[in-house]
Design a protein around this ligand. Structure first.
Ligand SMILES: [Zn+2]
Length: 521
């Protein structure tokens, strides 16, 4: 028995030591004998480590159960940029960073076509149940490496994997190719999938969709329905019009969507028999409402706190449902987040900090003027999208001849910490940028904001930066084969390899993360 030097050694009575030994043996044996048959990945969109730590004393539901009985890493740091939804989901599920999985943002400018490209956009496939629009998220075509869902399927052809989210991108990037992704489409409004995954709607979404149909009949969702639904009012697009799912952003339905995600997940477990046989299955669920409320009101708002409490209650319902349907001792959970969030700039300013919102369009126009003056008038840039600016391909080489001048000009703009050349980055942010960059997708000029400055002016607050409020998230393991405990700082890329090990399957093929062995007894 080890003990601290200089302290009296406590001799426990023999019978107690025997009991401890037997307990330890029992725990080891049960881990070896009883492997979980269902892995459950839970993503709470936009949950920073600092927000989670601050709210922990308030939890009474699923968060309480997970943290009281699970193994908790309070801080898992994304060691890559940017910190954005599509990137984070791909990273959690592939166990790798953007340099490998290729998802560099929610959408990017394709220098080859000159057009914006959503991370899950593929016009070869169609959202089930409605007409195709110009920019629908439909498929994981842009994802370059396998997810945990793919790894589970690779381990056994009978393995099942279902992914549920309020966002198409979150569901699709978790499912990968071999899983089945379903998500909420607010225009329908119901849970759906695409022709990439299925020819018709999976039966397990139908009961939840009937509930939404009843709400529509009572006048809900009118803003997003073609023709204004039963009210006849024209749909009103919210301000964020470049999103693939603008109708789903409406703040009034976020708690309904998060409840619907749990309903769909439990119905999938029940009707498909996830976790029932000896083949390991996978369920992933990403709570999107928490992110949308955060953008609209700020992470410190009462609205965000209420949505967090709602997720806490829904998590409890999910875990109770899994106990009943799969059985305690037959499933294992990993919970994390795709990115954190920065405090409201106004709040930071009120506390004496330097904070604000960076206008990317203004910055791009300022750099364009500089290029015009020094090298002659051209349409130098294709455009700007968080976190950077992309050249018109034919002018790129010429424009970059005055890169140091552009960098100096950028650094004079409010909120800009640095302008970095993505293809050959220098400076303290270079390793993070390189790990998240992918040729032909990442912006040519990477903009680093100053701390507490948001990218963009539309949302009240946001994320994407290299600072810890955006990069650090909680990582929790819970359930069969996991001991109770706390760990130090880790990385979210370790989620997939660790859950794979707990399920007894190989990690995703391109994983850069590792099995966190301290979570097992
Ligand atoms: Zn997100």
């Amino acid at each position: 028995m080890s003990h601290r030097p200089g302290r009296p050694r406590l001799e426990a009575p023999t019978v107690n030591r025997l009991a401890v030994l037997l307990l330890a043996l029992g725990a080891t044996t049960s881990f070896a004998a009883e492997k979980p048959r269902l892995g459950v990945v839970i993503v709470v969109d936009q949950l920073s480590a600092e927000t989670f730590r601050a709210r922990l004393p308030t939890v009474t539901g699923g968060f309480k159960r997970l943290t009281a009985d699970g193994f908790v890493f309070h801080e898992a740091r994304y060691e890559a940029l940017p910190t954005i939804t599509s990137v984070g989901h791909a990273t959690l599920m592939t166990g790798a960073y953007g340099e490998l999985h290729g998802i560099v943002s929610n959408d990017w400018l394709d220098p080859a076509t000159g057009k914006p490209q959503l991370s899950t956009e593929d016009a070869n496939f169609k959202v089930l149940g409605r007409e195709a629009h110009g920019r629908d998220g439909t498929a994981p075509t842009s994802l370059r490496v396998p997810t945990l869902a793919d790894a589970v399927k690779r381990s056994n052809e009978k393995a099942l994997s279902v992914s549920v989210s309020g966002k198409d991108r979150s569901s699709i990037l978790c499912a990968g190719r071999a899983g089945l992704a379903v998500w909420f489409d607010a225009e329908l409004p119901m849970f759906t999938t695409s022709t990439f995954y299925a020819k018709e709607l999976p039966a397990f979404v139908l009961p939840t969709n009937e509930k939404f149909a009843k709400q529509v009949a009572s006048g809900a969702f009118a803003w997003g329905l073609p023709g204004g639904g039963i009210t006849g009012k024209a749909p009103q697009l919210p301000s964020r019009t470049d999103d693939s799912e603008p109708f789903a952003e409406h703040k009034d339905i976020q708690d309904d969507i998060d409840t619907g995600e749990v309903d769909v997940a439990l119905e999938a477990v029940k009707s498909l028999g996830l976790g029932k046989d000896d083949v390991p299955d996978l369920l992933t669920i990403s709570f999107s409402g928490h992110d949308r409320i955060g953008h609209a009101f700020g992470a410190d708002s009462p609205e965000s706190l209420e949505e967090f409490a709602h997720v806490d209650r829904e998590l409890a319902r999910l875990l109770n449902g899994l106990d009943a349907l799969v059985g305690k001792g037959r499933y294992v959970v990993a919970l994390s987040s795709d990115h954190g969030v920065m405090p409201l700039p106004e709040l930071a300013v009120a506390r004496g900090l330097d904070a604000g919102r960076l206008d990317m369009k203004n910055l791009r126009e300022r750099l364009d003027r500089e290029l015009d003056e020094r090298l002659g008038r051209q349409d130098w840039f294709l455009g700007s999208k968080t976190p950077g600016i992309t050249f018109n391909a034919k002018f790129k080489d010429r424009g970059l001849t005055i890169f140091e001048r552009l960098r100096a000009v950028a650094r004079q703009q409010p909120g800009v910490e640095d302008l970095v050349l993505t293809s050959s980055p220098r400076g303290p942010w270079a390793p993070l940028i390189t790990r998240g960059a992918y040729d032909g997708r990442s912006p040519d000029l990477y903009v680093i904001t100053r701390p507490n400055w948001a990218y963009g002016t539309v949302d009240r607050t946001g994320h994407s930066s290299p600072y810890l409020y955006d990069r650090a998230v909680p990582l929790i393991f819970f359930g069969t084969g996991v001991k109770k405990g706390q760990g130090g700082t880790t990385e979210p890329i370790n989620l997939a390899p660790t859950l794979a090990a707990l399920l007894g399957v190989s990690p995703p093929a391109a994983a850069q993360g590792r099995f966190l062995e301290q979570v097992v007894p």
